[in-house]
Design a protein around this ligand. Structure first.
Ligand SMILES: *[C@@H]1O[C@H](CO)[C@@H](O)[C@H](O)[C@H]1NC(C)=O
Ligand SMILES: *[C@@H]1O[C@H](CO)[C@@H](O)[C@H](O)[C@H]1NC(C)=O
Ligand SMILES: *[C@@H]1O[C@H](CO)[C@@H](O)[C@H](O)[C@H]1NC(C)=O
Ligand SMILES: *[C@@H]1O[C@H](CO)[C@@H](O)[C@H](O)[C@H]1NC(C)=O
Ligand SMILES: *[C@@H]1O[C@H](CO)[C@@H](O)[C@H](O)[C@H]1NC(C)=O
Ligand SMILES: *[C@@H]1O[C@H](CO)[C@@H](O)[C@H](O)[C@H]1NC(C)=O
Ligand SMILES: *[C@@H]1O[C@H](CO)[C@@H](O)[C@H](O)[C@H]1NC(C)=O
Ligand SMILES: *[C@@H]1O[C@H](CO)[C@@H](O)[C@H](O)[C@H]1NC(C)=O
Ligand SMILES: *[C@@H]1O[C@H](CO)[C@@H](O)[C@H](O)[C@H]1NC(C)=O
Length: 433
């Protein structure tokens, strides 16, 4: 233990020597507040609302986040007042549901949607509303809404012959996005209702999705959309890979902090391995700018700050939850690039001449971003991208608070050759000194 502590301290000192400006470039609280305001204005679609709720939990009330080390289920009389902004999202959704369907019970999504999966992204926030007793003040039936959403997914949405739940309502089709939308809801539902079968189902769905979408011919990157009669996308969409990694980490955190982590030892190992696999597939494609392209391994696609922010957040989370640090130097590079102030050699992005930042407009929309409603083309304002920035900042903050473990990426689990070379060079330099 003492040795380990000394090791981390040494790593930190070494890192400070090699990268003296490591933490100097970050978005301010005021800037993040503006990012959140744009997010609130822009989020309308089911998964945008669900992702916004998740980002607010991670940034504003980490006590209730499955990624925090709070044990699950959380106390029912905890600081739920701090969740009011999150709860206003699900109040609107669940309130509209009972108005639009005359309060009919039975299997149904939280919101009507062509995607069978996206509405479930609201599930964790709805379950929290029920758990902390919001119904007693607003009279809405959060438990019923969650149960109907669960039964809809389990019993009504079509599946592949081996059991993967479709991402779409109208045909069986698998999208990498699914991993962020559905399994975290199933796992959290399982933990709050003491139902290990549901936790296992969260894992099974991820395993099935990986079996279909992982591309061995592309170093383990995931394809975006498979099966169905139209709309396939076999490219390695960066946001899709980031959705999958981030979704797996939320399930991993849920299991780790649950009362029964020992019943899921192999599942946890698999999830950690599968997150590492995506990161190992992605990072060789990180551009000199610190951003990923929209399709990571396709040079003719544009650079996309949105997927970059989500995968960056996942690297800090993977470090905190799994102790895998090898992509931290890359994540730091991306985070600093996305937070960079504009100057004469690093001008503000196009259409953005008044901004003081390279990757945000003057009112704090992230740029450049993929169009969140048309994944092949560049867009202008991306609500999900705004949420990813908030998640990146929260993950980075939690990692710094935890002592920036593994900051040089080399001294623990499997450093990249570059980071090892830097560390060796630094040690030699110190000795010569
Ligand atoms: C957990 O949340 C607390 C605040 O509630 C925060 O101080 C701490 O850094 C978080 N820890 C992790 C590992 O996220
Ligand atoms: C709920 O209904 C109100 C009033 O029709 C509408 O303005 C709002 O956008 C709806 N919210 C959602 C999440 O559908
Ligand atoms: C709703 O919360 C109650 C505790 O207040 C809990 O007993 C119940 O299992 C929860 N229902 C769901 C679906 O999470
Ligand atoms: C767990 O959840 C599943 C799906 O809702 C349900 O069929 C099963 O009966 C539950 N198991 C227990 C022990 O409650
Ligand atoms: C790369 O992206 C371009 C532009 O979107 C597209 O036309 C091309 O088919 C893609 N190449 C591959 C191998 O996917
Ligand atoms: C993409 O660009 C990199 C760097 O410019 C180059 O090394 C690589 O061969 C290119 N890949 C493809 C598939 O064109
Ligand atoms: C401009 O900003 C970049 C990135 O923050 C920095 O590396 C560079 O030194 C700055 N250049 C000038 C001229 O200030
Ligand atoms: C920049 O600010 C000036 C003065 O406030 C304003 O006239 C101009 O329209 C702004 N340009 C952009 C691109 O926002
Ligand atoms: C810049 O502004 C023009 C005109 O409003 C718009 O057509 C174009 O899409 C914008 N470009 C970016 C990268 O936002």
């Amino acid at each position: 233990m003492a040795r380990q502590r000394f090791g981390s301290l040494f790593a930190f000192l070494l890192y400070s020597l090699v990268f003296p400006f490591v933490n100097s470039q970050a978005l301010t609280n005021d800037q993040i507040d503006q990012v959140k305001t744009r997010l609130a204005e822009g989020a309308r679609q089911s998964w945008e609302l669900g992702t916004r709720a998740q980002a607010l939990i991670e940034y504003d009330v980490p006590f209730y986040s499955v990624l925090n080390d709070t044990s699950l289920p959380p106390p029912q009389d905890g600081p739920a007042g701090q969740l009011s902004e999150v709860f206003s999202i699900v109040q609107d959704v669940v309130g509209n549901r009972s108005r639009s369907n005359d309060d009919i019970q039975g299997p149904q999504p939280f919101m009507q949607d062509g995607s069978a999966a996206d509405p479930a992204s609201l599930g964790v926030a709805v379950l929290l509303a029920n758990w902390t007793g919001l119904s007693s003040s607003d009279g809405l039936d959060y438990a019923g809404a969650a149960q109907d959403q669960l039964n809809y997914l389990l019993n009504e949405v079509p599946r592949t012959s081996d059991g993967a739940i479709s991402h779409r309502v109208s045909q069986v089709q698998l999208w990498s996005d699914f991993v962020y939308m559905v399994p975290p809801f199933l796992a959290y539902y399982g933990v709050l209702t003491d139902n290990q079968t549901l936790v296992r189902e969260a894992y099974n769905q991820i395993k099935l999705y990986r079996d279909y979408l992982r591309d061995d011919g592309a170093n383990g990157l995931w394809k975006h959309v498979l099966l169905g009669s139209s709309g396939n996308d076999e490219g390695h969409w960066s946001t899709g890979n980031a959705w999958a990694a981030a979704g797996m980490l939320r399930v991993l955190g849920t299991i780790q902090h649950s009362p029964f982590p020992k019943s899921f030892k192999n599942e946890q190992k698999d999830l950690q391995k599968w997150v590492t696999e995506i990161m190992d597939g992605m990072y060789p494609w990180l551009q000199p700018s610190g951003l990923f392209r929209n399709y990571a391994d396709n040079n003719s696609t544009f650079e996309d700050a949105s997927s970059t922010a989500l995968l960056t957040s996942a690297v800090y989370r993977h470090s905190l939850l799994s102790g895998v640090h090898r992509h931290l130097p890359d994540a730091e590079r991306s985070r600093q690039a996305l937070s960079a102030p504009a100057n004469s050699s690093n001008p503000p992005a196009p259409n953005n001449s008044n901004s003081s930042l390279v990757h945000f407009t003057s009112n704090m929309w992230l740029t450049p971003v993929v169009n969140p409603h048309s994944y092949g083309v560049q867009g202008r304002e991306s609500p999900e991208g705004q949420a990813f920035v908030v998640e990146m900042q929260a993950a980075w903050r939690d990692w710094v608070n935890d002592g920036s473990k593994g900051a040089n990426g080399a001294l623990k689990t499997g450093g990249s050759p570059n980071a090892i070379a830097v560390a060796v060079a630094a040690i030699l330099a110190l000795r010569l000194w």
